[in-house]
Write a protein that binds this ligand. Structure first.
Ligand SMILES: O=C(O)CCC(=O)C(=O)O
Ligand SMILES: [Fe+2]
Length: 277
């Protein structure tokens, strides 16, 4: 909380559409609120069930006891950022994710569909779809991420157009980029562990040296940048403008943080919203 009350907007998608005159996503871009939070969008018992399913299918492992023992994030899905350098391999990996997700949730509600439905409800005038190229190649639809101890994200922003400059990909055509995160499991530790902070500070080229020198915290303090932590329980979902500088404090303790994440992008004058991971 800050003196100016820059706080997340919570409610049903319909509440939020009403509150922001039909355009809650644009309210994020304009910095009116740091995040849109939709509580209990997904049944928490299904969150636990899905994690058990992943374990049974061998998709979860403890990086502290596997391989070279380097803690690393477990991704179930296709990360554009990780794979985009090799276009063909990226789309092949994405196709295998679509195949995996076709049966992975059997017996549970489909969390990917639930995220897409929530996003559609927040953008009633737009057509929300998995990002694709003109030849029909599909990007990965969403990604599960499991963060063990010591893992998080330092201050950064996400924008394919501005940060990655991946102009050879269709997702670069959009003006504004966002992220959505559904909490499946919190790390047990109290405090800052694993819960995201959003800064009221969209990236500009002037910020690049600040990020490059790892001095965003000092910059933010000097400039009294508003900063809000989004606290979630399993089943809660939040959306934010990923061009704002944001971070996920490192996980502390033995219980990993597990989420389902999407990136998406839109432009005011474009009928489509493209979603990927
Ligand atoms: O997991 C989150 O809450 C945010 C993740 C994030 O910032 C990212 O994946 O770039
Ligand atoms: Fe991010």
């Amino acid at each position: 909380m800050t003196a100016t009350g820059w706080t997340a907007a919570e409610g049903t998608a319909e509440d939020l559409v009403q509150r922001f005159a039909g355009e809650p996503l644009m309210a994020l871009v304009r910095g009116e609120v740091p995040a849109l939070v939709l509580r209990q969008s997904f049944d928490p018992t299904h969150c636990a069930g899905l994690l058990e399913r992943f374990r049974e299918r061998g998709l979860l492992y403890d990086p502290h006891t596997t391989g070279d023992l380097t803690p690393r994030r477990i991704d179930i899905g296709t990360s554009f950022g990780k794979h985009r350098a090799d276009r063909q391999a990226f789309f092949e990996h994405s196709a295998s994710t679509h195949e995996l997700f076709a049966t992975l949730f059997d017996g549970y509600a489909d969390p990917v569909s639930i995220m897409y439905q929530a996003l559609s409800a927040l953008a009633p005038d737009k057509d929300v779809k998995t990002a694709r190229e003109s030849d029909g190649s599909l990007y990965g639809p969403a990604i599960f991420r499991i963060y063990h101890a010591e893992l998080g994200h330092g201050p950064h922003y996400d924008s394919v157009a501005k940060r990655s400059e991946a102009y050879e990909y269709a997702v670069s055509r959009f003006e504004h980029q966002f992220a959505g995160v559904l909490c499946l499991q919190n790390s047990a530790s109290e405090g800052e562990s694993g819960e995201a902070f959003i800064n009221n500070c969209p990236w500009t080229p002037q910020l690049q040296p600040v990020l490059a020198s790892n001095s965003f915290a000092e910059y933010a303090a000097r400039n009294q940048v508003e900063r809000v932590q989004v606290k979630l329980d399993p089943g809660d979902l939040y959306f934010f403008f990923s061009e704002n500088i944001h971070e996920v404090p490192k996980i502390v303790g033995d219980t990993p943080r597990a989420v389902l994440a999407i990136f998406f992008a839109m432009s005011a004058d474009d009928d489509e919203i493209f979603v990927w991971a």
